[in-house]
Design a protein around this ligand. Structure first.
Ligand SMILES: NC(=O)c1ccc[n+]([C@@H]2O[C@H](COP(=O)([O-])OP(=O)(O)OC[C@H]3O[C@@H](n4cnc5c(N)ncnc54)[C@H](O)[C@@H]3O)[C@@H](O)[C@H]2O)c1
Length: 331
């Protein structure tokens, strides 16, 4: 198996990660938020690199990691890692796919309920000294239809929870079969069937070419006036310019956004969206819970330990992203 003796942790991963690696006599160095040149200088002697979202593992960082065998992301997406560059150098890329699913799901559900009852603007109004009861009257979720795009780990959990509020759940996923969706009470439909039916849309897909701008001007036009939308997946799945336009016209009745095309946001359109009175925006908090951070920290360490073959307890690596590298290692 892999000879992993030295691990460099470049982002603030929960200490459970370091503790577990050390138990298996793996040497760990933690240096957070290093400028790129320093990271490139440091990384040369390490066998594995662990990051969260802050560190961008670009091709030049990978090139500088002369001994790198593994890059681990303590989190779900791997957008901050150049997978092609890593694969070209036979470096295994790992993530922790399920570790933060419940946290992301719970934030999504909170945002749906928040939108329904105008919780955020009403609370801000009261703090500002007003008593605007009529202005912030909302809607029940009971009997409303929720469209879930992406019926993977998070989409499924959101469906199960929002059903307990009495919502009807319909959805689309090109991979999950309709019979599977039915098991968690989601009616699988084509996108064109979904748009006219939904009161709320929530997206839970990766950001890939097929999902970039999945929600755009033409989609808003096909939805009921006042449709509300939630994105706790990835910025770019909802076209921000088109969303702002739909909010201005009233075609979209409210949006809750945890993720943005650029993070932290600096583009004028995004900043205007965040300021819009019908928008509730959070700074990419989907995985930001104590439980999820411990879970992803432990899961990334378990997989690295499994790769060393030193443990009879940790033997699997479900977060392998570039399987072709794993196949080469196994040969
Ligand atoms: N905001 C956060 O902090 C946070 C935290 C965790 C995960 N996420 C993001 O949430 C998203 C979902 O995560 P997950 O763990 O459920 O992933 P998952 O892989 O379990 O599920 C994603 C699903 O999307 C489906 N899909 C792919 N293309 C699609 C398309 N064109 N239309 C509809 N569905 C499509 C896939 O078939 C898959 O079933 C990811 O983008 C992930 O990065 C964000």
């Amino acid at each position: 198996m892999m000879d992993i003796k030295k691990v460099f942790v470049a982002d603030a991963v929960d200490s459970a990660c370091v503790e577990l690696l050390k138990k298996f006599s793996i040497q760990v160095t933690c240096k957070y938020k290093l400028p790129k040149d320093q990271l490139k200088a440091e990384i040369a002697t390490y066998d594995a690199l662990i990051v969260r979202s802050d560190t961008k593992v670009t091709a030049d960082v990978i090139e500088a990691g002369k001994n790198l065998k593994v890059i681990g992301r303590a989190g779900a997406g791997v957008d901050n890692i150049d997978i092609n560059a890593a694969t070209a150098k036979n470096i295994l890329v790992l993530n922790t796919p399920g570790g933060n699913a419940i946290s992301a799901c719970e934030l999504t559900c909170s945002l749906i309920t928040t939108l329904a009852r105008n919780v955020v603007p009403a609370a801000a109004s009261l703090k500002a000294g007003r008593w605007d009861r009529k202005l912030y009257s909302g809607h029940e979720l009971y009997g409303k239809t929720l469209g879930i795009l992406g019926l993977g780990r998070i989409g499924k959990e959101v469906a199960l929870r929002m059903q307990s509020w009495g919502m009807r759940t319909i959805g689309f996923d090109p991979i999950v079969p309709a019979e599977e969706a039915k098991k968690f009470n989601v009616q699988a439909l084509e996108l064109e069937q979904i748009w006219p039916q939904v009161d709320y849309i929530t997206v839970h897909t990766p950001l890939i070419p097929a999902t970039r701008n999945l929600i755009n001007e033409s989609v808003f036009k096909k939805c009921k006036k006042g449709v509300k939308i939630v994105n706790v997946a990835r910025g770019g799945i909802i076209n921000e310019t088109d969303l702002l336009q739909a909010l201005r016209s009233g075609q979209c009745g409210g949006a809750a956004l945890d993720v943005f095309e650029e993070e932290p946001p600096t583009k004028p359109i995004t900043l205007e969206l965040i300021q819009h009175e019908k928008v509730v925006a959070t700074p990419h908090l989907g995985a930001s819970t104590a439980e999820a951070q411990i879970r992803v920290a432990v899961e990334i360490s378990e997989q690295i330990i499994a790769l060393t073959g030193k443990s009879s307890e940790y033997t699997t690596y479900p977060g392998v992203v570039n399987h072709s590298v794993l196949e080469k290692i196994r040969k």
